[in-house]
Ligand binder design. Structure first.
Ligand SMILES: C[S@@+](CC[C@H](N)C(=O)[O-])C[C@H]1O[C@@H](n2cnc3c(N)ncnc32)[C@H](O)[C@@H]1O
Length: 405
């Protein structure tokens, strides 16, 4: 069975947007029931996922109907999964927070030699998942009710080869506010400290499910911001799971509003002896973070205000770096200065703009754009002359300094 056939058999289909989905729900379940579900869905968007999931999983068909909202996410994850593991893989694979088991069953259908175990805190979800397994006559999957924080009996002593979470280990909002204008290495250190202070570490619990050597944890959770991505990487590292950046990737899918979403799928592996090698190199983390959907051959990378940490990262670690030219404009009204500096970093150009009030922007261009960027820099000089004293810089005056390699 192909993935498309799998979805078709279950009546799971893509909708252009959420309105189209709700009108299909109106038709199928009637206005009253559809409005009930819609108000639960609004709660989900406001952060109350318990009410929502217990409601949609209660009815087998309703749970499947809602899988339509995630069809592209599933496709994207399964495509990545198939790129990583051989079809014949003979492994024990755990789905943490499997919900009603749609994704677990889709993977089980794709990897017939593997044994899948899905577990979820929602009893209704697991009941639906069992029905789904029967409907599809799958023999290589089983489902258990259980909480990751107090593992169900069947999983207490398990030594799985792979455990994955898809949107079930989503982070809270903590750390987000503090992330702007900070150096990445400072943040990294703070995360390590808070990790120790907060005690509970879901990734530690995840590591307990895995083989102590070679076990793989895969997170495709809603890690939207670099700080959340960093935190997950750091927590995995603390749990002895070394992030594998060659296997990790940025996956793209279309959400229910028809908007493109890009999220990281992060793969980490337990290696015995991990204590002797450095658990995770911040340079690798940085390289992974700034790679998100950005390709030089498609044009420039623009890190503007709010992305200071990544800009700092790019500026500090793109080496070897040579200063090409720059200028400083001092406003005649005394309100401050702006610097622009052009650097070459290997095959890349960096245009770095900064004021005495702080960071403004950093652009990365391919070297082939040199003439265009030089022209832009000249235009900055010319137009600044109207309101500022402009000094051409013989050498670079400003740089990010907070990061120590
Ligand atoms: C967004 S749903 C994702 C379900 C499924 N992974 C999928 O992609 O269709 C999140 C799921 O995580 C489950 N969950 C949340 N916390 C959990 C925990 N501590 N242990 C097990 N499951 C949990 C919820 O019950 C819910 O079914």
């Amino acid at each position: 069975m192909t993935d498309d056939e799998f979805f078709k058999v279950l009546g799971i289909k893509g909708y252009k947007n959420i309105l189209q989905f709700w009108s299909a729900m109106d038709e199928e379940y009637g206005l009253t029931r559809a409005r009930q579900l819609e108000s639960a869905y609004i709660k989900l968007e406001e952060g109350d996922d318990r009410t929502f999931y217990s409601m949609i999983y209660e009815e087998f068909d309703v749970g499947l109907a809602f899988a339509s909202l995630r069809i592209d996410l599933y496709r994207s994850f399964v495509t990545w999964f198939k790129s990583q593991f051989n079809k014949e893989i003979d492994a024990t694979i755990i789905d943490i927070g499997c919900g009603n088991g749609v994704l677990t069953c889709l993977l089980a259908a794709n990897f017939p030699e593997a044994r899948f175990i899905g577990f979820d805190i929602s009893e209704a979800g697991i009941e639906s998942a069992d029905k789904l397994k029967q409907k599809l006559s799958l023999e290589n999957v089983e489902f258990l009710t259980g909480d990751l924080k107090s593992l169900p009996k069947g999983l207490e002593n398990i030594e799985a080869d792979i455990a994955f979470s898809v949107a079930s280990l989503d982070p809270g909002q903590q750390f987000e506010e503090s992330a702007v204008n900070r150096s990445l290495s400072d943040l990294w250190q703070e995360l390590e400290v808070s990790q120790k202070e907060n005690g509970e570490n879901l990734e530690d619990l995840v590591a307990n499910l895995l083989k102590s050597d070679g076990g793989i944890f895969i997170s495709f959770d809603k890690l939207v911001r670099p700080i959340q991505q960093m935190r997950r990487l750091q927590a995995m590292t603390a749990a002895g799971l070394r992030p594998d950046f060659a296997a990790s990737a940025w996956l793209k899918y279309t959400d229910v509003q028809g908007e493109p979403v890009i999220l990281p799928v992060i793969s980490g592996r337990i290696k015995s002896g991990a204590a002797v090698e450095p658990p995770c190199n911040i340079l690798d983390v940085i390289a992974f973070l700034i790679r998100k959907d950005r390709h030089f051959d498609e044009g420039s990378i623009n890190l503007s205000y709010g992305q200071d940490a990544l800009a700092e990262v790019a500026f500090t670690y793109l080496n070897p770096k040579t200063f090409i030219e720059g200028a400083r404009a001092d406003y005649r009204d005394g309100s401050g200065s702006i610097w622009q500096e052009l650097w070459q970093a290997g095959p890349a150009l960096i245009l770095f703009e900064h004021s005495n009030h702080g960071y403004r922007g950093l652009e990365l261009h391919p070297l082939t754009a040199l003439d265009t960027i030089k022209n832009r820099h000249q235009r900055f000089i010319e137009s600044s002359k109207d309101y500022a004293e402009v000094a051409v810089l013989e050498e670079a005056e400003s740089r990010f300094t907070a990061l120590k390699p």
